[in-house]
Structures are given as C-alpha cells and as structure tokens.
Design a protein around this ligand. Structure first.
Ligand SMILES: [Zn+2]
Length: 299
C-alpha cells in the first residue's frame, strides 16, 4: 500500500486523483459500506457493542435516546442522541457530530471522555447544554467504512438529503438551532487541523488552536490537499473556497455539514486528526480538547 504522503513533484498521482474523485465528485460511491483499504486508515479497535454499552452506561448522568436505527446485513445499529440534563434550561447549546465517517474512529471513541469531562465540570457548564449525536454513521462505524449501508458519503448529502443519517442530523440541527456545531473527523494528513465555516471568527479559532496546542496536540502545517495552512492548524473560510462550495452544491448537489451550517448562520468547525497516527491517545486528545475549549468559550 502506498503511503499517503504527497509525491515530491507536487503533481497529484493517478491514485490521488482517483481518490479525490471518489471523495468529492460522487455522493454514492459504492452500493455497500466499503472499507477502502488503500486509504491507510489505522483502526483503533472500535467495537460497536462495547461503544453502545458505554453510551447507555451514561444514562444516569445524561438523557440518552435513539434518534433512529440503521440496518445492514440483518443487524440494526442505533444513532444516539446524548443530551445534558440542562438541555431545556441552558441558554447556550453545543452540538457535537461524531462519526459521520464511520472509519474515522477517534471521532467516536472520544465521546465517553467528552461526556465524563463535561459532567465532572459541574457548575462551570450549568448554562451550556451539550448535545452529541453518535455515531452519525453507525453502520459505517461497525463495518470500518467511511460510507453508510448503501455506500453514500453522508457528509456530501447536505443538499439532497438522500440518506436517513443526513435527514436525522438536519432534523436535530433545525430543532436545536445550536450556538455552535463541531463535527469530529479524521484525515490522511500528518497532524491535526480544522476547517472553519464563515460564521467562525479568526480570533475564536486562534484561541481554540492555542487550547489544542496547550493540550499537546501537534497542529498540521498543510491540509490533506497539500495546501499550506495559515495559521497552522486552520483552514479558514475564504471567498474562493465559498465559491467552490457553492458550485459543488449547484452542479453536483453535494455539501458537507460545515457549509450546511453556514446556510443557517451557525458557526461550525470540522476537526481532522490524523488517521495515520497509531497512538490512540494522540488521536483522541484533539477531539476532547476542542469540545471542552468550545464549552468554556460558550460558558
Ligand atoms: Zn471525515
């Protein structure tokens, strides 16, 4: 398997172009939750039954419900909503989308620690409600796949809403109208960065990046397209990217949660840790630290 590093000529290889096409030009890439082994994703041992038990075990401290169940190969898996008990009284709401891409396991495995740290903080977050949807793609998570049971990339479905999972997320966002959304992902780059939509101020993004670095997270110098990140660790919303995103939606009917939230005026950060990192704690840390830093910003 070829390493995911960019070749030295700075020109994309045929395999890189095919991967780009697969991930950016088609909404339904396969007809099943394919594993895409050549992507170099290092699994962290996610076990769907153990994870479901871990979430249910927190029902004494949080309101835990199933938003829906998704079926594949004779089994059904829940998409959980986990809400802090102050959800109807708090004046601020943070929504965390976990596991939109099922094979990006750090974005799922981090959830129990985020819940425990939120709960342990007690009064500090009395006026900030935490809502977590996890895993948004439970079949992909169980099958170690980016895609859902029908081979759709859920994070390309926020124009047409052809997937149950996309519709569930839309329903929750519209109902909740959160003050902030964070979507937890991983990518092939060598360190951590985040995409910010137009509604996220540079000042806030810089404070969050400082919190990530203070926790020991290494921020990426380049994103997974090879573009230099300025500041380090941040892919901010720019006029040219907004134009491309609008064209993407208009021509191919594809949009990610980041741009969908922008249409509603909701700030969204998409966090990307490195799926090539083999150390579980290093992979999970930025997800936990970003959610806690955002909760503190909202408090
Ligand atoms: Zn992803």
């Amino acid at each position: 398997m070829a390493p995911r590093t960019r070749n030295t000529r700075g020109v994309p290889t045929v395999s890189e172009l095919r991967q780009f096409a697969r991930y950016h030009l088609v909404r339904q890439v396969y007809d099943h939750p394919a594993r895409d082994e050549e992507m170099g994703v290092v699994p962290l041992g996610y076990d769907p039954d153990a994870f479901e038990a871990e979430i249910r075990a927190r029902a004494d401290r949080f309101e835990v419900t199933e938003l829906t169940r998704v079926e594949y190969a004779g089994r059904s898996r829940p998409i959980f909503a986990v809400r802090s008990k102050n959800h109807s009284t708090a004046s601020k709401r943070l929504l965390v989308l976990s596991g939109v891409h099922g094979n990006e396991q750090a974005g799922i495995l981090c959830v129990p620690e985020i819940l425990d740290r939120y709960h342990a903080a007690g009064e500090e977050f009395a006026d900030v409600a935490l809502h977590v949807i996890t895993p948004v793609n439970p079949v992909g998570a169980a099958e170690i796949s980016r895609f859902n049971a029908k081979g759709f990339d859920i994070n390309r479905d926020f124009v047409r809403f052809e997937t149950d999972e996309g519709r569930v997320v839309r329903r929750e966002i519209v109902k909740l109208h959160p003050d902030f959304v964070v979507s937890l992902h991983e990518g092939p780059q060598d360190a951590t960065f985040m995409f910010a939509n137009e509604c996220v101020s540079l000042e806030l993004a810089e404070r969050l990046l400082a919190a990530l670095e203070a926790g020991g997270t290494v921020l990426a110098e380049r994103d997974y397209f090879g573009a230099r990140l300025t500041p380090k660790g941040l892919s901010p919303s720019k006029p040219v990217t907004r134009l491309l995103v609008r064209l993407w939606a208009a021509t191919l009917g594809m949009r990610a949660t980041n741009a969908y939230c922008e249409t509603l005026g909701i700030p969204e950060l998409t966090l990307e840790s490195s799926w090539r990192e083999t150390d579980e704690a290093t992979r999970i840390r930025p997800h936990v630290d970003l959610c806690l830093a955002l909760l503190r910003e909202l408090a």
